[in-house]
Design a protein around this ligand. Structure first.
Ligand code: AMP
Length: 241
């Protein structure tokens, strides 16, 4: 009888913990181990060129797309805890920084809806490793990793500079991008490009960069997926008008 009561109490406590996990900011029970973290950065001019539904105007600076728990084969866990809602109270201390570097590019969305999406899909899965326990930590640690990687400067130091589309210049080889960045990280990165109509560019344009980390110590690792998505041997680095 006593054992049954104990069992029933444990079940009720478990259910209550799950239901409350958004409010209490506790670690989600469904957190799963993953192999590495991908910091996905976007280059606004490359993401926005030729987009029909338009982008919010922004400076030439790399922006955060997200920090994604990832498996070695390139797939990823997602939506690991449906109960945990994004609550902007948890990011109040860093909100102004998020608005600068993790902002929406698209006129159809808001910063908050973008953070909510990234949190639900990826952030809820990150908490298996200590630095990412709690919603606030996920955003703070992502900003910290972002701040360590001054990619625009690293490129510019090697004379890789974004040029406005009219200038018809600003094309660099795939290996130039790699070596400019990898000379700082010591590890392989992944490029992302877009192929756009010829009237914009006959070469693929740089739209993003992925940096990869070991979630145990947050040191750079070689990105396991090295396909440089949609890039070619020469890549345009477009600047804002
Ligand atoms: P993910 O699901 O994390 O791979 O991100 C893809 C989703 O994020 C898509 O719905 C995109 O429309 C959205 N997205 C990507 N970049 C941005 C951005 N800068 N601002 C707002 N939404 C974005």
């Amino acid at each position: 009888m006593f054992t049954n009561i104990l069992l029933l109490t444990s079940i009720i406590v478990c259910i209550l913990t799950l239901v409350n996990c958004d409010r209490n900011n506790v670690v989600c029970n469904r957190a799963v181990p993953y192999d590495y973290l991908t910091l996905a950065l976007q280059w606004p001019s490359g993401v926005c060129i030729g987009r029909k539904d338009g982008c919010i105007k922004t400076n030439d600076t790399f922006l955060i797309h997200g920090l994604w728990p990832t498996y070695k084969n390139g797939s990823w866990p997602d939506n690991c805890c449906y109960q945990r809602q994004f609550d902007d109270k948890n990011v109040r201390d860093v909100e102004s920084r998020l608005k600068e570097v993790w902002k929406t590019l698209f006129t159809t969305g808001s910063d908050k809806s973008f953070w909510t999406h990234e949190w639900k899909k990826h952030g809820t899965c990150a908490s298996f490793f200590d630095p990412f326990k709690g919603q606030s930590n996920y955003f703070v640690e992502t900003l910290r990793l972002y701040d360590q990687a001054d990619i625009r400067k690293w490129l510019s130091d090697k004379n890789i500079k974004a040029q406005p589309i009219e200038s018809n210049s600003g094309s660099y080889s795939q290996s130039q991008y790699h070596s400019a960045i990898e000379s700082h990280t010591g590890k392989k990165i992944r490029l992302e490009c877009r192929r756009v109509p010829r009237k914009f560019s006959s070469q693929p344009v740089l739209s993003g960069i992925h940096l990869c980390y070991d979630p145990r110590d947050l040191k750079y690792i070689d990105c396991p997926i090295q396909d440089d998505r949609d890039c070619g041997s020469n890549i345009r680095f477009l600047g804002a008008k």
